[in-house]
Design a binder for this molecule. Sequence first.
Ligand code: OSB
Ligand code: MG
Length: 376
Amino acid sequence: MVPISPITIRQVVLHRLVMRLKAPFATAFGTIENKEFIIAELIDEEGCSGFGESVSLPGPIYSEETVTTNEHMLRDFLLPLLFQAPIGHPDELRTRFSPIRRNPMAKSILDCAVWDLYAKRLGIPLATALGGRRKTIEVGVSIGIQPSAEALLAKVKESLIEGYKRVKIKIRPGWDVEPVQAVRERYPLLPLMADANSAYTLEDMEQLKKLDEYELMMIEQPLGYDDIVDHARLQAAMRTPICLDESIHSLDDARKAVELGSCRIINIKLGRVGGLSESIRIHDYCKRQGVPVWCGGMLEAGVGRAHNIALTTLSQFILPGDTAASSRYWEKDIIAPEVTVKDGVIEVPDRPGIGFDLDRKALESFTVQRLVIENI
Ligand code: OSB
Ligand code: MG
């Protein structure tokens, strides 16, 4: 690869958007109706723009970060560090941001935008810059908690008609065996999994073990959002593989969870782990250990979706991810073209960077605030 000259960020625009989901998304931690997020646009000395999208929710209900804490971290801590010196390679941000404790979702916004800019300056797709080889990626759907088994079966049917081949359903105490059994009875061979979003404790062990009967691909994050100890006890008692989502924020977390036997599969969400550089480190470790990974989602708009697609081209992403089509969530997305899925497959764009253009008119129409920050 031809080396590039170091990147100097001249200006950053923080676009804050609110987009209404086509349908409310219900999980064990609450229901999401509107997606509120930041698109960070980093403009370099050549006038080239890189984009990153925040994945935190308006409230601290999935993790402790929120859209407003992300904005605070960006303005008061992370952007001053970004402006300090030119960037030779996106990886350098990991050390540059290391004095700032946690706040991975805030860091990830800039990490993703710098990776986009870096790939654009090299004139190559982001996927290629990350070391990904796949030209297509496989994806599934995540179906929120439904009012009844019939309603759930209708949603599953709809997804299969759209061509998706893997289905994840959200569960919680009182809505676990019934929905899993209903879907499994109707579709005996469907690749099916359940996501509990931390709604259980070890006291629920017997109930969780009942799920072993239904040949699930995995059960995602059954226990505490910050736990890897109880999960190891549960995994030892269950046949179904446990996949960790909420508990994994870094390569170290992943290593400790694998060493303890807390999970057999890892969901990598680039926001939750601080960006693409840390995602690659976790990916590479899991590949060495033979632990399958897949790319999780946070109901992203187009920019976040594009980063997820690029990440999923890495070789250890051997299980379908949650990056479904734009039209599953949005009447209108902020990128052109929108993300489309055919037979459960997304074609990886071959244009430089994230490979999708921002639809400036759409971006404008969802923007509720714009902050322009100069590097002086
Ligand atoms: O736990 O994977 C999760 C959405 C918001 C917050 C957490 C999660 C989810 C999803 C949806 O499951 C994934 C998606 O379709 O983007
Ligand atoms: Mg999850």
